[in-house]
Design a binder for this molecule. Structure first.
Ligand code: NAD
Ligand code: DAU
Length: 352
């Protein structure tokens, strides 16, 4: 038995692979193009581990995927690979259409050809697990109930539109061809190996460097935060027990305003690595808002809780403390990801 993971060198994918081997010896073939967001350092602890086969390659490369499926005969595909950063999608949506839409299409077609030729239990047990986001549902008003699986799709950014398109493709491949799919739509993740272009790691690394902490608009936008290994356990639960063709929302009931997240990070750093220059919150700087910025996301996680018995292991308080501690203990990882490409992005997005 083997699973094929795409995007397993990124933030969530690498956490998923590391977490997988804590409870399973089932091999993982990890296909990742190693874009700016992919980092083999995340997987350094698996070096020499025969259970992990890393393949550098593109999910748009049909011949490569056909070859990997034929060679490794996986019982499941868990599809993380994507362009994932909303701000980058605003500057350059093309890569998002290619990887998130064309890449998912290519993977679905390869999976369909492979699955169609399977027999018996190999065929009935096969799963295509599509990892998606709550952003496909659009933006909530303050009094709206959280997103249930039945919420209409209203994507607002090029990123979320590309993820919504990929969700629709996955749905159609099940409905039309019978491909055995499950989809999960998760809220904002945080934790180790999070690339410091996203809110929480950006605030940690900027604070430690004494740089401004850029808060978009009024900082009152709300996200629903989930510690990354809780997302991983949710995916495992759906992969193992999810009903074919269904979608499952994953979230930890942790709605927080961005400014409160930033203040929490500052307070933890004040405690764990005090700055002689004064409290880190002095670095908070309100900057121009993100165009089309969604105001509020919130996940109704009752379906996965009720049907699959899934619960997050971390509260926001335990998870954010672990996260800050991880960044403090892994300064070499942080230094290594802040390459020339990273610096170019920061100056494009935030100016000099
Ligand atoms: P990430 O940007 O950290 O990692 C993406 C990975 O995909 C990278 O390793 C990258 O090299 C790889 N990749 C990109 N294009 C590729 C291609 N064409 N072929 C092969 N590999 C390619 O993203 P993430 O935050 O880990 O997100 C993983 C998945 O989870 C995405 O599908 C994202 O939409 C979804 N998601 C993310 C969050 C979140 O909060 N980060 C929440 C819900 C859902
Ligand atoms: O909701 C799930 C989504 O969460 C995932 O699908 C995406 O892949 C992931 O990137 C994340 O999207 P967000 O846009 O919510 O994440 P980001 O970390 O970019 O921003 C979180 C909030 O913080 C958002 O309201 C914008 C704000 N922000 C972000 C940055 C980078 C700031 O105020 N300042 C910043 O510098």
């Amino acid at each position: 038995m083997t699973i094929l993971v795409t995007g397993g060198a990124g933030f969530i994918g690498s956490n998923f692979v590391l977490d997988w081997f804590k409870s399973s010896d089932e091999p993982v073939v990890n296909l990742d193009a190693l874009t700016y967001a992919g980092n083999l350092e995340n997987l350094a602890s698996l070096q020499g581990d025969a259970r992990h086969v890393f393949v550098k390659g593109d999910i748009c490369d049909r011949a490569l995927i056909d070859h990997l499926l034929a060679e490794h005969q996986p019982r499941a595909i868990v599809h993380f690979a994507a362009e994932s950063h909303v701000d980058r999608s605003i500057h350059g949506p093309g890569a998002f259409m290619r990887t998130n839409v064309e890449g998912t299409f290519t993977l679905l077609e390869a999976a369909r050809a492979y699955w169609s030729a399977l027999q018996g239990e190999a065929k009935s047990g096969f799963r295509f697990h599509h990892v998606s986001t709550d952003e496909v549902y659009g933006s909530l008003k303050p009094q709206d109930p959280p997103f249930a699986e039945t919420h209409a799709y209203e994507p607002n950014s090029p990123y979320s539109a590309s993820k919504a398109a990929s969700d629709h493709l996955v749905r159609a491949w099940h409905h039309t061809y019978g491909l055995p799919v499950v989809t999960t739509n998760c809220s904002n993740n945080y934790g180790p190996y999070h690339f410091p272009e996203k809110l929480i790691p950006l605030m940690i690394v900027n604070a430690l460097a004494g740089k401004p902490l850029p808060v978009y608009g009024d900082g009152q936008q709300i996200r629903d935060w989930l510690y990354v290994t809780d997302h991983c356990s949710g995916i495992r639960a759906v992969l193992a027990g999810g009903t074919l063709g269904e979608t499952y929302n994953i979230g930890g009931w942790n709605e927080k305003a961005n400014i409160d997240i930033v203040k929490t990070v500052c307070a933890l750093l004040d405690e764990l690595r005090p700055d002689p220059a004064g409290p880190y919150a002095r670095l908070i700087t309100y900057v121009t808002d993100r165009p089309g910025h969604d105001r509020r996301y919130a996940i109704d996680a009752r379906k996965i809780e009720r049907d699959l018995g899934w619960r997050p292991a971390e509260t926001f308080e335990t998870g954010i403390r672990k996260t800050v501690q991880w960044y403090l203990a892994n300064e070499a990882w942080v230094a290594n990801v802040q390459s020339g490409g990273y610096r170019d992005w920061v100056s494009q997005q935030y100016g000099a």
